[in-house]
Design a protein around this ligand. Structure first.
Ligand SMILES: Nc1ncnc2c1ncn2[C@@H]1O[C@H](COP(=O)(O)OP(=O)(O)OP(=O)(O)O)[C@@H](O)[C@H]1O
Ligand SMILES: [Mg+2]
Length: 256
């Protein structure tokens, strides 16, 4: 296996900060000077309390949102300098998002949703999009639900459709925001194994945000966001704290 320092940098954040102006004119600092490099084939997990800025960070990594200050580079090119059409294309071709709220088109079938990212693809990916999307739905265990309308699927099924949609174009950067949040333990393990498997097949980078330490432990590098600051995480300590939390009522905060 290749070593970390041999990885080609795919996306790099340097001194990234994000703040928003609140209605009372005060500023909310969501991210503070975040540095992060994600290489091809890298597998990174990010844990952190609710509201610590995890989804905000993922949206910036995926070039859906711009930082207030600092730089984001994709394959060595600064994202800020790109025209919006080029940026949209770059994102569409290279980034697969599993959104925390799934963001499926409600009136459309599972198959339509998964085919969506291939609608702008070229060549075989475009012409074979129906079969490619159906195959991906099969891989997430939804081969029997392809024609079901998204809003009639269960939460866990919607999550798997969202995962199939994120993977269908074989992106080099897979960003998953709580990808097992709506799944039972067994389905969650299957889905994480699939994310790992597809990422490995295509040498894609996988960044996973999770509250589940077992999911986090699947990654090669672990981070924790705390009040907008990103730090390397010690998962062994976090596991010990969560075991403690399970046996001592009221200690749960330590683990999150
Ligand atoms: N556009 C915005 N305007 C105002 N506040 C925002 C905006 N975007 C994010 N926030 C706030 O920033 C903080 C971080 O949000 P974010 O969604 O990144 O948290 P998170 O770590 O993903 O939380 P969770 O684990 O609950 O999903 C929250 O307090 C949120 O309310
Ligand atoms: Mg979030």
């Amino acid at each position: 296996m290749r070593q970390r320092d041999e990885l080609v940098t795919l996306v790099a954040l340097e001194g990234v900060a994000k703040s928003v102006l609140l209605p009372d004119d005060s500023r909310l600092e969501i991210l503070r000077s975040v540095d992060l490099e994600v290489g091809a084939g890298d597998h990174v997990s990010i844990v952190g309390r609710s509201g610590s800025g995890k989804s905000t960070l993922l949206n910036i990594l995926g070039m859906l949102d711009a930082p207030t200050s600092g730089t984001v580079s994709f394959e060595g090119r600064e994202v800020r300098r790109m025209r919006s059409g080029r940026l949209d294309r770059l994102r569409g071709e290279n980034v697969g998002f599993v959104f925390q709220q799934f963001n499926l088109l409600p009136g459309r079938t599972a198959l339509d949703n998964v085919m969506m990212p291939l609608g702008h693809a070229r060549g075989r990916l475009f012409w074979d999009r129906r079969r490619i999307a159906a195959d991906m739905l099969e891989r997430v265990g939804l081969g029997h639900r392809v024609d079901q309308v998204a809003d009639r699927l269960s939460g866990g099924e919607q999550q798997r459709v969202a995962i199939a949609r994120a993977l269908v174009r074989r992106p080099v950067l897979i960003l998953a925001d709580e990808p097992t949040g709506a799944l039972d333990i067994d389905t969650g393990a299957t889905v994480m194994a699939l994310l790992d498997e597809v990422a490995t097949e295509t040498d894609a980078a996988l960044v996973t945000i999770t509250h589940d330490l077992h999911v986090a432990a699947r990654a090669r590098r672990h981070y924790r966001l705390d009040a907008g600051r990103l730090e390397p995480a010690d998962l062994t300590k976090a596991f010990e704290a969560s075991t403690l939390a399970a046996s001592v009522p009221g200690a749960a905060e330590v683990a999150s």
